[in-house]
Design a protein around this ligand. Structure first.
Ligand SMILES: C[S@@+](CC[C@H](N)C(=O)[O-])C[C@H]1O[C@@H](n2cnc3c(N)ncnc32)[C@H](O)[C@@H]1O
Length: 207
């Protein structure tokens, strides 16, 4: 890698990320459509999720679905560190060219799926051992869609659902309902990369 590019690379938890000034990132930004629904950058909660997974790894070769994956940092961590078979899904197809670029820099392959949360059926969710997500519930109207998806995933027998969040009120409403209905755990977590990230991990385990 030319030294001019190397200074725009960061490595946290073994996952390589590119700063906005990296030549590949600049090229991609010029060539692609703008993202919407907040899929426009790497969000800090992905590091809360990765940090949690580092301490509580999924079994090797697990089939993982990353909901509202954005640029897919947590997907990349699962494929790289946990040898998981990962599908990264998002409603906004514009995020996938960023995910592909980062996957390429990390030497992993990730399957992608364009869909909204309410389009994932119980049958489809049942194909996964674990569902992960970070910062996917940020508007009030999203709470019902996210809770209904969790309900379908529990019905489908998905063994673990792990959602990281920086304590946005619509997420906390979902977390409260999951504690009541599914004995979920909500645990505060902090992690420092170049910034200090704070939030919680919601864990739903399906016996
Ligand atoms: C705040 S970003 C978080 C992205 C990523 N999980 C992270 O932590 O960096 C929210 C993501 O959820 C996606 N999203 C929002 N609403 C969605 C929906 N109803 N169905 C699927 N994806 C959705 C957005 O396109 C965006 O990529």
């Amino acid at each position: 890698m030319p030294s001019s590019a190397a200074k725009h690379v960061r490595d946290y938890f073994g996952v390589r990320t590119l700063l906005a000034a990296h030549p590949d990132m600049r090229r991609l930004k010029r060539a692609t459509n703008a993202t919407h629904l907040h899929g426009n950058k790497l969000w800090g909660s992905a590091y809360l999720l990765i940090d949690y997974l580092q301490d509580n790894p999924l079994p090797n070769n697990c089939k993982v679905l990353d909901l509202g994956c954005g640029w897919g940092l947590a997907s990349i961590y699962c494929a790289k560190a946990l040898r998981a078979e990962v599908t990264a899904m998002d409603a906004d197809p514009a995020v996938f060219s960023y995910l592909s670029l980062l996957a390429e820099h990390n030497d992993v392959e990730i399957s992608t799926r364009t869909a909204r949360f309410d389009e994932l059926s119980t049958d489809e969710l049942g194909q996964y051992d674990a569902i992960i997500a970070s910062d996917i519930c940020f508007w009030d109207e999203m709470s019902k869609e996210v809770f209904d998806l969790i309900e379908r995933a529990v019905d489908a027998g998905v063994k673990k659902i792990i959602i990281a969040d920086p304590h946005r009120p619509p997420f906390l409403a979902v977390a409260e309902a999951c504690i009541d209905d599914y004995f979920a755990e909500l645990t505060p977590r902090e992690v420092i990369t170049s910034r200090h990230h704070r939030g919680s991990i919601l864990l739903i385990e399906n016996a």
